[in-house]
Design a protein around this ligand. Sequence first.
Ligand SMILES: Nc1ncnc2c1ncn2[C@@H]1O[C@H](COP(=O)(O)OP(=O)(O)OP(=O)(O)O)[C@@H](O)[C@H]1O
Ligand SMILES: [Mg+2]
Length: 354
Amino acid sequence: MASGEIPEGSVQNVLDQQSLKWVFVGGKGGVGKTTCSSIISILLSRVRSSVLIISTDPAHNLSDAFQQRFTKTPNLVNGFTNLYAMEVDPTVEHEDEVELDGMDGFISDLSNAIPGIDEAMSFGEMLKLVQTMDYSIIVFDTAPTGHTLRLLQFPTTLEKGLGQLMSLKNKFGGMLGQMTRLFGVGDEFGEDAILGRIEGMKDIIQQVNKQFRDPDLTTFVCICIPEFLSLYETERLVQELSKFEIDTHNIIINQVLFDDEVVESKLLNARMKMQQKYLDQFYMLYDDFHITKLPLLPEEVCGVDALKNFSRNFLSAYKPAVTRGTVEELEGRVSTLAQQLKDAEAELEKRKKG
Ligand SMILES: Nc1ncnc2c1ncn2[C@@H]1O[C@H](COP(=O)(O)OP(=O)(O)OP(=O)(O)O)[C@@H](O)[C@H]1O
Ligand SMILES: [Mg+2]
């Protein structure tokens, strides 16, 4: 991009970036992460062979957005042929699975030694699963900020943890075998089986870790609203992402009040002024980002039709109703005139005959 040029205010760049494999969508609670990630996945399904959207929020609300129940395996979204959705919970340990080769006890004891390893492990299992499924692109609807950042650190946590484990194995050799038996792991699932599995995951994790840091493959879309706390949190998010070397160059500012009707409400006028102050700051701070503004609607954005309808604001700047009103008005006037002309012609014809 030439310096001084303002990036386009849409997510078209994300749709155009054909090399992308992972898109993370995150931000503060309630700002519109699920709405935006759902719409981005719908838009991507038009240009990609297959799209998977994953919710990693324990409060799962993809089901609300799409008005369809999803599970922890990919389900086709109603009305689509290539858009799949799944809801996973990285904080829940493999509840209903059989004692994963005796891994659970072992891992949970391990987690005391390496904090976050159990969560990282189930995230790793999920990534491993998803990697083998061959989707063209994967969109993550993440939980509010703090959680997202931890999620992005998982591959690093795992890599470190596994490294530690390997050196432990080398140091203590057979003792680890005794330990695993102590944790209730049978001989047939001895240390080698467990370490083998962890090592197997290590390759995937290292691979994913590298992919998350590759701007050709991964990007993070920040969602926010034009308010102080959200601006502040976005800045924190952007800084953390750069610390983790994760690419981000899209910000979506949701719930913007547009001055498209003569607003007589003092409250709305005051809020619009407040929003403008923060909008200005967003544009100043992130002049190298694609900033997309979304209007606050009078109603929720629920169901595929509403999502599709709202998606147009992701592709081109929202046009306030004033302009739309004017066009509609003009169209109305033109059709009235056309009708009058027709009537006049008919009248003329009648008189000629008569
Ligand atoms: N621009 C908008 N205008 C009106 N309603 C909106 C808009 N954007 C989102 N909503 C509605 O606001 C609610 C919260 O949005 P959403 O679930 O996308 O937020 P979230 O960031 O995912 O929340 P959480 O942090 O709880 O996961 C939803 O009911 C959604 O339909
Ligand atoms: Mg959500």
